[in-house]
Design a protein. Sequence first.
Lengths: 169, 186
Amino acid sequence: MQFFGGSEISPLPPLPTASGNNAHMMYVFNRNGVCLLYREWNRPLRTLNAQQDHKLMFGLLFSLKSLTAKMDPTNAEKGNLGVPQLPGQGCSFHSFRTNTYKLSFMESSSGIKIILVTHPGTGDLLESLKYIYNLYVEYVVKNPLYSPGTPIRSELFDKTLDQYVRGLG
Amino acid sequence: MPPAAPRSGDAIFANVERVNAELFTLTYGAIVRQLLTDLEEVEEVNKQLDQMGYNIGIRLIDEFLAKSNVSRCVDFKETAEAIAKVGFKMFLGVTASVTNWDADGTSCSLVLEDNPLVDFVELPDTCQGLYYCNILSGVVRGALEMVSMKTEVTWIRDMLRGDDAYELQVKLLKQVPEEYPYKDDE
């Protein structure tokens, strides 16, 4: 969803400086809606408490996925709106952009959802999200002390993520 | 940019870090040996191996999806092919073949000619009911459960019991789509 006439009505936010991060924040959810990871690098406005914020984000994505799959003009089979879908089935939406941010989304067939909110000038981040998914596999899934389905507490993962995200865009 | 194509099992197997096959076989053997000593009952050991495999499978699926780039399989036939050709090749270095489809397409057999877990193994008389490779059935079951498929995985043929190959039967019980986890009033 692109906002037309963004330059006259509301100016674009200032471009990030070389030292700043291009990304604002990142969420990782699993198939049951548990927020496994929330990272924040640059978020000036926070309206809800963390719990509600996560639920809102998950609900938004769930609905968007459902909506985009039903509106798909190339898919012959159409279920009813609101009927739960198998992860990965149908078309999957990649991103939406407003005049102040761009939200990029990736879902694996196992239900792991990775969301990255960045500056609106960012290009397509699908490959980057796939790389982050690979990082998740290496640092989190392969860690025997991590119980699947619980929030991630891994300093190494956080550090590697920060480094990678800083290099994006 | 067009999406990356799914990679073949051989390509991935060539790129991942590998471990010495004997170390792998002997480590697995040590696990089974220890379980037999601790639990004593062969049925208990079978169950424990299956549980261990399940715990591996629920994590393995993410690695499989991340490295192999396969898109969502349209039906169970594609899933079985993906497991046999890409999955087994990627993690064990052997390819399985898919046979014995039933009429609905919900049950098939994965046949393994070669199995790295059982090199040097011979079952003694005291362990006759043991499914030595039961960890594999747990892995397949766990991995498929994380992609919304509830399955039942059992051994049909086992070379350690005198058959000529390893045959694993995978039966799809049902597909469980994602439900919205939060209730409306919360």
